[in-house]
Design a protein around this ligand. Structure first.
Ligand SMILES: *Cc1c(COP(=O)(O)O)cnc(C)c1O
Length: 393
């Protein structure tokens, strides 16, 4: 199972791919459900799900069918034309976000692009200040990076796009910063890239109240938390608030690149003709697959499954009683497992050796974001393999 010597594919990756990623862990060749296989035929339980992307797992018949059907009709036409699948998805997103009649949808291809659109939406208020949170992640393009509250990611690329201030994730810090010159506040309801760290209890409701009072937009980045992963379509729906915009990507089309910004109410009129665009954004292929994925999430009650399986997994991890585990965080199937100092990378490496894919997002956090389709078999296999991994460190 171990790759003791540097193999041909590792050398090729190191030689031919931009050095911006760490060396890849395995060469994967196929998947089915929550399982993937490497080139040696070794099987792994995929509890990272392509970083919360593969909502229906690998090779799901619904994705295969929708992709094949749409590819045989047309893959792309440009935004000079409308397509049935794009119109259907826009309507569906307005419904599931709760934006309803007054909502509008902008399509991009990645999370960063959805947040770039949100950045431009905020600029269109004419107000100078944008508030974001320290340690939140909003993407790697220059606008999204300016929103991202991680100095280490920004420093090599200074100067940043101006106008963004990063606050502590407390209601007091927000109340202090909030005035009538604020265009928008952007938040992740659960900070995924920071180790699955939820906002403090009541923060989103207070943020809604403060932004509304000062006429600022509340933008919720649901790129990682959205599309059923936390047990509802969107995490903000647990709080009963209505934002001005929500950004969506990762899980929306089961692995096909697609993102969206959905606006609510008056925010829907901020972007006007010529203000923004994307060649690939919302093409018929990606939107057809997204429609099929969202329909399946609803039909098979995968939000209910995410909630149930999430509880099961959190209880199972706590039940292992390992001294390596310090806490279990998150909602539904976005779970952060806190570890004692510096143990997370060793746990993830031991898990991989035991045939389990999890992610050490930082030295003290393991992230799991499995497909929403997992059942008893996968939960049992995870528990077994994770126990083995914890015992190995
Ligand atoms: C992944 C992520 C992004 C960036 O998405 P990309 O598709 O990598 O550009 C932005 N915000 C959040 C919360 C994310 O998890």
């Amino acid at each position: 199972m171990t790759t003791a010597t540097t193999t041909d594919w590792q050398q090729r990756h190191a030689r031919d791919l931009m050095a911006s990623y760490a060396p890849p862990l395995r060469l994967l060749v196929r998947g089915e459900g929550a399982w993937v296989w490497d080139e040696d035929g070794t099987q792994y339980l995929d509890f990272l799900g392509g970083i919360a992307v593969n909502s229906l797992g690998h090779a799901h018949p619904v994705v295969v069918e929708a992709a094949g059907r749409q590819a045989s009709l047309m893959v792309h036409v440009s935004n000079y034309f409308a397509t049935p699948s794009q119109l259907e998805l826009a309507e569906r997103l307005k419904r599931i976000t709760g934006a309803g009649e007054a909502g509008r949808v902008y399509f991009g291809n990645s999370g960063a692009e959805a947040n770039e659109a949100a950045f431009k939406l905020a600029r269109r208020t004419g107000r100078p200040r944008i508030l974001a949170l320290k340690n939140a992640f909003h993407g790697r393009t220059m606008g999204a990076l300016a929103l991202t509250g991680k100095p280490a990611l920004q420093e090599p690329f200074l100067p940043m796009v101006p106008g963004v201030e990063h606050l502590d994730s407390t209601v007091e810090a927000l109340a202090e910063a909030m005035r009538d010159d604020v265009a928008a506040l952007i938040v992740e309801p659960i900070k995924g890239e920071t180790g699955v760290v939820p906002l403090p209890e009541g923060y989103l409701r207070a943020a809604r109240e403060l932004t509304e009072r000062h006429g600022a937009l509340l933008i919720v980045d649901e790129i990682q938390t959205g599309v059923g992963r936390t047990g509802r379509w969107f995490d903000f729906q647990h709080e009963g608030i209505v934002p001005d915009a929500v950004t969506i990507a990762k899980g929306i089309a089961g692995g096909v690149p697609l993102s969206a910004m959905v606006t609510f109410g008056a925010a829907s009129d901020l972007l006007q003709r010529g203000d923004h665009g994307s060649t690939f954004g919302g093409n018929p292929f990606a939107t057809a697959v997204a429609n099929a994925v969202l329909e399946e999430i609803e039909r098979a009650d995968l939000m209910g499954n995410a909630d149930r399986r999430g509880r099961q997994i959190r209880a199972a991890v706590e039940g292992l009683g390992s001294p390596v585990v310090t806490e279990v965080r998150g909602r539904g199937l976005l779970i952060g497992i806190g570890t004692v100092q510096d143990a997370a990378p060793a746990v993830a490496a031991a898990a991989l050796e035991a045939g389990l894919i999890v992610n050490a997002i930082n030295p003290t956090s393991i992230r799991i974001a499995p497909p929403l389709i997992i059942g008893d078999e996968e939960v049992a296999a995870f528990t077994d393999r994770f126990r083995t991994a914890l015992a190995a460190v």
